[in-house]
Design a protein around this ligand. Structure first.
Ligand code: 9YW
Length: 410
């Protein structure tokens, strides 16, 4: 029954060659949303899942970057801010896109699609594109420590995480005419108390504008190494090794890169039972209690003792044994159960940690899956949930909440 309802959401949000995250709030194609959506669609329509990813990679730039939004030309400019006119850029295919990226969870999605329905021709088609995506990150974003940086909070996928409060202080917010509230489209759909503040938003826009004005090259005043982003990058290399094997390519460079980035993460981002982001500009670790710090559980080569300590942290500080995974530890100051990435439970974060625990700790993975099902059972396929009451927040009929439930119950 739950699968049936989830598929109904996915069908309603399908736009012919990809799926919108939600009809009203997000009317275009988003990068990591499409990866999660494809993982769910693979369970009932592998063909649709393949199309979803190929559409996204159809908007890949010459330099290999996969933009975080691919704009639907049929949607009016005013429907979403910042829209195509703000970003001012087109992919070689001619379609308007943004110029920043999101966590590279796409190789994992491609591999899961292949596992659901083996299709070597699809893997052969997507493999060079996935390789180019990783090459862009290495070429443009790798620090001397060997980790990948993000240059905007939006690139983390966890826009207003408390982890970004400190590095954002270095960002000059340029006031926009009439106030930023006037151009924000999200506030027309959901309550301001559940979204980033206007002050955060002004900084997001200022940062994006500066990056755009540098021709999408210069990191600007925000540059951090995020554990989730780097975990996604590392998993992508592990999975690319598998894909390479199937396609008759050499898996070894991918295996080596996965080992290398895992070691760099342990050396530079791990402290006191959790992975943290690191501010590249100051060289300092940003000690926060974000659940992003648990996602390195995805890395197959993570040393056993670190896995054990991370699990301990998940149990003690995030309440994992009850199947709950808040985006920010309820034990930490700054936890807000209803505000976006500052505490609510998100299905994609739960799914990433579930994925990391399935083989290592099935006893903990099972209640986590039950917790995801309980949240949508209580409140529907909402964008995010109060981790204590399970009240739903943000948009309704949210695609990745539906898709990942399809995967979890399969
Ligand atoms: C925005 C679409 C996106 C997600 C992000 C999430 C939010 C706001 O919505 O971003 O306007 O892009 O933070 O992770 O991809 O669902």
């Amino acid at each position: 029954m739950i699968t049936h309802d989830a598929v109904r959401v996915l069908v309603a949000n399908w736009d012919g060659t990809y799926t919108v995250p939600s009809r009203r709030l997000y009317p275009h194609q988003w990068s990591w949303d499409s990866a999660f959506i494809a993982i769910g669609n693979a369970r009932w329509s592998p063909r649709r899942a393949r199309t979803e990813l190929l559409t996204l990679f159809g908007a890949q730039w010459q330099d290999g970057r996969v933009p975080h939004i691919v704009f639907n030309p049929a949607v009016p400019e005013g429907a979403y801010f910042p829209g195509p006119r703000f970003w001012g850029v087109r992919a070689p295919s001619g379609v308007a896109t943004s110029g920043i990226v999101q966590p590279p969870v796409h190789a994992l999605a491609a591999w899961k699609i292949h596992q659901a329905e083996p299709d070597v021709a699809f893997l052969r088609r997507i493999y060079p594109r996935l390789v180019a995506q990783q090459r862009f990150l290495r070429g443009e974003r790798r620090s001397p420590e060997g980790l990948i940086s993000i240059v905007h909070p939006w690139e983390s996928g966890m826009d207003n995480s408390p982890a970004w409060d400190l590095p954002l202080q270095a960002v000059e917010a340029t006031g926009s005419a009439g106030g930023i509230g006037a151009v924000r489209r999200d506030l027309g759909h959901v309550s301001a108390a559940e979204r980033p503040t206007d002050r955060d938003y002004e900084r997001y826009v200022a940062l994006a504008a500066a990056y755009r004005d540098s021709g999408y090259r210069d990191p600007g005043s925000f540059q951090v190494e995020d554990p989730l982003f780097n975990a996604a990058y590392g998993v992508a290399e592990s999975v690319l090794a598998e894909i390479a094997r199937v396609c008759g390519h050499d898996p070894e460079p991918h295996e080596r890169e996965a080992v290398r980035v895992t070691a760099a993460m342990v050396e530079h981002l791990y402290d006191d039972g959790l992975f943290h982001a690191r501010d590249v500009r100051t060289g300092c670790l940003i000690r926060s209690s974000s659940a992003a710090g648990l996602t390195p559980l995805l890395l197959p080569g993570l040393p056993r003792e670190i896995v054990n300590t991370l699990v301990g942290t998940a149990l003690d500080r995030f309440g994992l044994k009850d199947g709950v995974l808040p985006s920010y530890s309820p034990a930490a100051p700054g936890f807000e159960p209803g505000r976006y990435w500052r505490g609510p439970k998100w299905i994609n974060l739960s799914w990433l940690v579930w994925q990391g625990l399935r083989e290592r700790r099935p006893d903990l993975a099972a209640p986590l899956a039950d917790g995801m099902i309980a949240a949508v059972g209580a409140s529907g396929f909402r964008e995010y949930f109060d981790p204590i009451t399970l009240d739903g927040h943000g948009s309704r009929d949210f695609s990745w909440s539906a898709a990942l439930i399809v995967d979890v119950v399969a």
